[in-house]
Structure formats: C-alpha cells, structure tokens
Write a protein that binds this ligand. Sequence first.
Ligand code: NDP
Length: 436
Amino acid sequence: MGATEAKTVHSPALTYFSMLSLLSLCPPFVILLWYTMVHADGSVVQTWNFLKQHGLQGFLDIWPRPTAIAWKIIFVYGAFEAALQLILPGKRVEGPVSPTGHRPVYNANGMAAYFVTLVTYISLWWFEIFNPTVVYDHLGEIYSALIFGSLIFCVFLYIKGHVAPSSTDSGSSGNLIIDFYWGMELYPRIGKSFDIKVFTNCRFGMMSWAVLAVTYCIKQYEANAKVSDSMLVNTTLMLVYVTKFFWWEAGYWNTMDIAHDRAGFYICWGCLVWVPSIYTSPGMYLVNHPVNLGSQLALYILVAGILCIYINYDCDRQRQEFRRTSGKCKIWGKAPSKIEATYTTTSGETKTSLLLTSGWWGLARHFHYVPEILAAFFWTVPALFNHFLPYFYVVFLTILLFDRAKRDDDRCRSKYGKYWKLYCNKVPYKIIPGIY
Ligand code: NDP
C-alpha cells in the first residue's frame, strides 16, 4: 500500500511541503541544470549572475519551447521501446505477492531490449542514418517536452486509477494531491500485458540513461574528432551500471519502486524526466569539458567504479538469492543467518518472510546504498573539481537513499513489528557500518 504508507512516514506538514516543493521546483530545476551545463560552462555562478541581471523574464527566455523535432524524437523513442517491451521474447517472471494477494506476471526481456536499443542507435549513427548529435543539440527542447508531456501522463495515471484500475492494488487516499503525487495504482497496465511501470521506469527512464550516455560521447567525438579519457571513463561506468540494471531487471521488479511505490508523479515523472536529465548530467557536463586524466588515473577510477557497481549488484543478488531459495543457499561460503518474520496481510492472512542477517545484509540494513553512491561518485569524478554542478547527482542520490532507508525501515517496522526490532538489534546500523 505504497500511497498510504508513504504518507505516514513523515509528518503531514512535511509531507505536503516536500510534495508541493518537488512538484513546483523540479521542472524549472531540470531546465536550469541543462542550461548551466550546456550554455553556462557548468558554472552555477554564471547562471546565477544571468538570472540576477535578467530576472524572471531571463529565466522564461532560457526555457526552451517544446519543438516538433523534440516531440518526434520522444515519440519515436517511446514507441520503439514500447514495441520492444511487447514483442521481444523473454522468460515468464512472477513478481512478489502484493498486500492484497495479487501477483504480477512479467515478460523478462529487458536485456534483449537494451541490446537491440544500443545496437540500433549506434548503427543509425555508424551508417549515417541518424546522428545522435541532433538529440544533444535539441536537449533543452526535449527536456521541456518531457516535463509537460510527463505531467499530462501523470494526470492520465490519476484518472486511470480512478476509472479503470488494472488490479486490486489501487485506491484513493481521499486526497487529490497525495493521489496525484504518490499514485493510485501499484501495477497499472494497458491491456493485460503492457506494464506501465516497467515502461516508465525501465524501458523509458533507465534506457534513456544509456542512450544519452552514448549521445554525449558521440557529441564530444563529433566536436573534437576524439573522445577524452574522462568521457570514456564516465560513459563506460554509466553503461556498466545500466547493463547491470537490465541484467538484473527482473530483480528490480521485487524492489520498493515496483512492489511498494505506486505509479504517480513521484515515481513516473521521476523516471520519465529526472532520470534522463539529472542522472545523465555528469556526462552532459563532460561534452564541453574534455578533461584529460591520463591513462593511470583513468584506469584507477574505472576499476574503483566497476568494483562499486559489482558490490551493489552482489548485495541485491544476495538478498534475492536468499529469498528465492528460502534461505537454502550459501552466503559468503556459509549457511545464512536469518530471522523468520511473520506478518499479517491487509486481508488478514498470516505470512512469513525471511530476513537475511549475514553477508552484506549483516553489515548494515541498507549497506547496498554505499556502493551505489560511491559508483555515482566515480563516474562523476572524471569531471574533476572545477565546478560543483556535475556532483549534483551524487548529492541528490545520497539524500534520496538516506530518505529511502528511513521510508523502508518505517515500512518494514510496521509490517514485521517485533521481528524488525530483532533485526535492528542484530544489525544495528542503517547504512554505514559502525557510523550510521
Ligand atoms: P530493496 O527493495 O532491494 O530492499 C528493500 C526491501 O527488501 C525491504 O522493503 C524488504 O521488503 C526487504 N528486506 C529488507 N531487509 C531485508 C533482509 N535483511 N533480508 C531480506 N529482505 C529484506 O531496496 P531498494 O529498492 O531501495 O534498492 C534496490 C536497488 O536499487 C539497490 O541496488 C539500490 O541501490 C538501487 N536504487 C537506486 C536508486 C537510484 O536512483 N539510483 C534509487 C533506489 C534504489 P519485504 O517487504 O519483501 O520484506
């Protein structure tokens, strides 16, 4: 019950404040970030001075209007991804049982879609059919179109949740803003098999991250006839991360984003706009800043980044393997230590979940966020330290994941009660072992 739970995590005043702030501040922020990266040398001071001088009118002037070419790029890309989601073969995968006892079924074809997307995109460039620099040159218009288009899409989700919910995991909190922000449906679908959250989160959002990473690399190559080592490290690490994501996509369908958070502004607008703009921003910065690191430093950063991505993957893998085998697996070479946690579903049924208390999950209750944040740092650090803005994503991710750890702890505490308390006694640290 994502919507109602999320609402109770913070006080009502803080919930409203953060919702309204995000709703009103995120769209202009996306535009300002793009403007600063592309037209103001990545310098926040330069953008600030411009705004001080030209005021609101100046801001309106830099906000690009969505153009026909921007809409065309978005629709062709979206339609291509939707078609791949529907057509490509994949294994039948069942998601976790929802609070109302519903179990979603998926077609796990993410890795195939990822492969087809990148091969198609790079081939279009290679055979001179479509040049990705067109995407970079219209990036502001694309973000502008995405901002408005995704808002309309969230209104559609809100209306669909009211008039045609796809499953029993839906409903209104009784408050329009909360319903719009947190969403109405946990598993909205079009027809029987087109899962909207798989499309918005994975096939549009995460896929755009890889597509834009490649775009930035090609743009730098076309502008300078070579790609700097900093750009190579950044692009490689981001692509390794996104590859890991699609390799593990069926696992993602068991996480909070899919199994607990409903489809609303928070998740869907975030994946449709925030991921393509903010998550890719270190690469956006590097296009016009071809920093030369030297091969030794570049290699160190690359190896450190890959190690962090691997550890993050292994944390998720460990938890899922442990759950999949009902604890009958080896964790770091030994039988896992665990807690059998009983809970009651909304329909009054009593069920049991296993909580892993060894391996990565014995270090801290959300240790997997540490390598996630460090990996983001390593694909940003090739930008060096001339400007703060490339590090915005790392700072944002740190705040997001610390908040997420609190949201998840609160949800698990209310779900598992005394068993969660037992887990907290056994594994006292929330994220950073020995510190927090
Ligand atoms: P997960 O969904 O993987 O884990 C949380 C859930 O796991 C809990 O809600 C609980 O669910 C279950 N759980 C908690 N403790 C245990 C335990 N000890 N043993 C077994 N199960 C347990 O977390 P996230 O969705 O936050 O993270 C998934 C991945 O996505 C991570 O790699 C994370 O770094 C990444 N991520 C990246 C973000 C980004 O923007 N870059 C944002 C968020 C996540 P249950 O009810 O089933 O018990």
